[in-house]
Design a protein around this ligand. Structure first.
Ligand code: NAP
Length: 303
């Protein structure tokens, strides 16, 4: 029998004997994901008051992108109830679902799937996780705020859509590669609905950048120790706070600089927890015990 800690592959489904309700995260690589620890802790907490959850378990599968469509079919055939998708699957899976929620539709990516009789139904809970993490850790609301977004990849696209949907006051986006920035600016146009969206070079911040903005790092600069920070905060008007989506390492160079300048700052762990909590609610139909998830996430990070 597969343990929730094992890294499984699609080959493990050939002799799948788990008879409970199965959930899983799919990624490539997936070994370092802390989602199984978070979700199994929340399921354990739910089971304390509702015995139905006693046989629910959350697994992890390493699935290369070329195997994803086949993998999604197989997992549905094996009665998996819900899936999370992480790098590099969020956009590929968008084309494999029978229905999507409005957030996923606007972003063009899904991070949560629910099995239905017709096929997989897709959701995107990343934006909810981001806005909730910013509120929880920094005490700031995206609605009505000036937002400076760093990055133009998948996470930045989701963040940009969320900020515009929540009616931020203005959105300023900086990215290393101009062509990718231009694509993102174009993608966001239909969602902007009157909100000013500007692009700029991260090494040359314009003079009219707003003070008291929320700076969100959605680049992957900082994942490796050798990465430089994506911007020099000393060149920016003083922001209200800096939120870095990266949570491992817990203090990127960007956050170290924010700290040294006395700017409130937070890493992306709370975003991860809240996107996961919302995903679990899609599968259970019940409020998620977020505190159990948070304790498990922090413990997993500490180990
Ligand atoms: P992605 O699609 O690969 O995009 C990467 C982005 O980072 C691009 O804008 C890229 O710029 C930029 N970039 C990469 N290396 C850089 C460097 N050395 N200097 C400056 N910019 C650099 O990745 P993604 O899916 O958007 O993910 C971005 C980050 O968000 C990752 O660190 C991921 O772990 C994090 N994330 C966290 C959560 C959470 O729950 N906390 C959720 C989702 C994502 P170019 O266009 O110039 O290549």
């Amino acid at each position: 029998m597969a343990s929730a800690d094992s890294v499984l592959t699609l080959a493990d489904l050939d002799a799948w004997s788990f008879t409970g309700t199965a959930l899983a995260v799919l990624g490539h690589p997936i070994k370092h994901s802390i989602s199984p620890a978070m979700h199994n802790a929340a399921l354990g907490e739910l089971a304390r008051s509702d015995s139905r959850f006693g046989n629910w378990k959350y697994f992890r599968f390493d699935v290369p992108p070329e195997d994803l469509p086949r993998g999604l079919d197989l997992l549905r055939a094996k009665n998996f109830r819900g899936l999370n998708l992480t790098i590099p699957h969020k956009i590929i899976a968008f084309d494999c679902v029978v229905a999507v929620d409005p957030a996923a539709q606007r972003i063009g990516a899904v991070n949560t799937l629910l099995a239905t009789d017709q096929g997989w139904q897709g959701f995107n809970t990343d934006g909810y996780g981001l806005a909730t993490g910013i509120r929880e850790d920094l005490g700031l609301e995206v609605a009505g705020a000036d937002v400076i977004l760093l990055g133009a990849g998948g996470a930045a696209r989701g963040a940009g859509v969320e900020c515009l949907q929540r009616r931020c006051r203005s959105l300023w986006i900086a990215n290393r590669t101009v062509a990718n920035l231009d694509v993102l600016l174009k993608t966001l146009q239909p969602v902007a609905a009157g909100i000013a969206v500007h692009g700029f070079d991260p090494q040359l911040p314009p003079d009219d950048l707003p003070a008291n903005a929320i700076i969100i790092n959605a680049t992957s600069a900082g994942l490796r120790d050798t990465d430089a920070a994506p911007v020099n905060l000393a060149q920016f008007p003083r922001p209200a706070g800096v939120f870095d989506m990266i949570y491992n390492p817990p203090k990127t160079k960007l956050l170290v600089q924010a700290e040294s300048l006395g700017i409130p700052n937070a890493n992306g762990l709370s975003m991860l927890i809240h996107q996961g909590a919302r995903a679990l609610t899609h599968w259970t139909g019940l409020p998620t015990p977020v505190e159990a998830m948070r304790i498990a996430a922090r413990a997993a990070m500490a180990s």
